[in-house]
Design a protein around this ligand. Structure first.
Ligand code: HGY
Ligand code: MN
Ligand code: MN
Length: 420
């Protein structure tokens, strides 16, 4: 086993680099749902899982699911699931999501090479879509697995006007986007022993504490919105300042409201990451402005209170400026606590190695949030270098941390016992 474990860290980093070569853009990594690059990444994962010794299937939404079958001597084995997403944000990092697929594949390869079977089926899921880049549908892939797919999403269009229904129909995926196939892809929770996700931390907490690994206590809930502000187009040179109904100026005031409302409450954060003046011209007062809004907090009540205040504030600003504002809630996901019994099994493994079993909450969203709706979950965070930056090409981990995380994950799997 020791030989098989020797260079897992390097192989994980090498594969992350190889997977990042499949990109929608030439100079950086963008892998949006069901693009040609996304399909190539998916095919690569199938191949790596098969090589590692897994039986692989691709489901109706495009998830790649590899099974490392249980020791045949075990009667009625349950399934322990792991995984994360292989889609990315625009110009993102190569470890966000992908680490949680590549690390367990490397681990299964090592177990298989050493002839070690586990007393449960171990499944790795490469989730096809978590980031929401193409259809503004974050957690799409895990929602299908968790039996929570929203059929209304099939009519949602990407920026080129292609609906998800059309994209799935042309995808070659099983079921071609039929609702029956998407519903049938749900996993029966009774078969599961739990879900664990390895993920890069995407923040500076572990780095600042000089720790390679951490155990997640809970994942902060998040709500995303699209806000459309409408005003009146008129001449930039002739319309007096007090006669304008400027949608962009109104949006600017609304964005500052998001910032100020979220600024002084612990764990509460608010972000406007997209902002457009559709069909704008430099010499025309903006008739419309569209922006995204992402609000998160460690407690659902804190997030909901902030949302209420912000939406009321947006309406007040619009009314004062003679504008209209429409606020559409895109994806609400509640706070997801991790299961103490699973966290404790990670903690025991870390302590046995003489490492601190440090616990921290996650401010970023993860597939584990959706899986937590159907089974108990836990997450292992791996230190993020470069000051903890993520959703950025500068995102990085070290080969030593990847190696340690893989070894800890092996220990976890070999000691894992389902809850009675
Ligand atoms: O936005 C998030 O938290 C996640 O990385 N999709
Ligand atoms: Mn991400
Ligand atoms: Mn992620």
């Amino acid at each position: 086993m020791t030989t098989a474990l020797a260079s897992l860290g390097q192989s994980i980093l090498d594969r992350a680099a190889a997977l990042a070569a499949h990109s929608d853009m030439e100079d950086g990594l963008t892998c949006a749902y069901l693009t040609p690059a996304h399909r190539r990444a998916q095919a690569q994962l199938v191949q790596w899982m098969e090589t590692a010794g897994m039986a692989v299937r691709v489901d109706a939404i495009g998830n790649v699911i590899g099974r490392y079958a249980a020791d045949p001597a075990v009667a009625a084995p349950k399934v322990l699931m792991t995984g994360s997403h292989f889609d990315t944000v625009r110009n993102g990092g190569r470890y966000d999501g992908r680490l949680g697929i590549l690390l367990p594949i490397a681990v299964v390869g090592a177990l298989n090479a050493a002839g070690i079977r586990l007393p449960y089926h171990f499944e790795i899921v490469g989730f096809a879509e978590e980031e929401g880049l193409r259809f503004k549908t974050s957690f799409l892939a895990s929602s299908v697995l968790a039996g929570r797919f929203d059929p209304a999403l099939l009519d949602r269009a990407d920026p080129d006007g292609v609906t998800m229904r059309e994209a799935l129909a042309q995808s070659g995926l099983p079921g071609a986007g039929s609702l029956d196939a998407l519903r049938a892809a749900a996993v029966d929770p009774a078969t599961l022993a739990g879900f664990v996700e390895v993920h890069i931390e995407q923040g500076p907490v572990l780095l600042n504490r000089d720790l390679a690994l951490g155990i997640v206590t809970q994942i902060a809930g998040s709500s995303r919105f699209q806000v459309r502000v409408e005003g009146l187009a008129s001449h930039a040179g002739t319309t007096p300042m007090d006669m304008r109904r400027d949608a962009a100026a109104g949006a600017a005031e609304m964005i500052l409201l998001v910032e100020s409302r979220c600024a002084h409450v612990p764990t509460l954060v608010g972000t406007v990451g997209q902002l457009q003046v559709p069909n704008g011209s430099s010499n025309v007062i903006p008739a419309a402005c569209v922006f995204s809004m992402d609000i998160r907090a460690g407690e659902d009540g804190i997030r909901e209170a902030a949302i209420t205040d912000i939406v009321m504030g947006i309406e007040r600003i619009a009314a004062r400026r003679g504008l209209t504002a429409t606020v559409e809630r895109v994806t609400p996901v509640n706070n997801a606590p991790c299961a103490r019994w699973l966290m404790d099994q990670f903690g025991a493994v870390l302590r046995k190695r003489g490492l601190e079993a440090f616990e921290l909450p996650s401010g970023a969203g993860h597939d584990a949030m959706m899986m937590q709706r159907m089974t108990d979950v836990a997450m292992l965070f791996v230190r993020c270098g470069n000051g903890g930056i993520s959703h950025n090409p500068l995102e990085t981990i070290t080969v030593e941390d990847a190696q340690l995380a893989a070894e800890v994950f092996v220990d976890f799997l070999r000691h894992f016992r389902p809850q009675d």
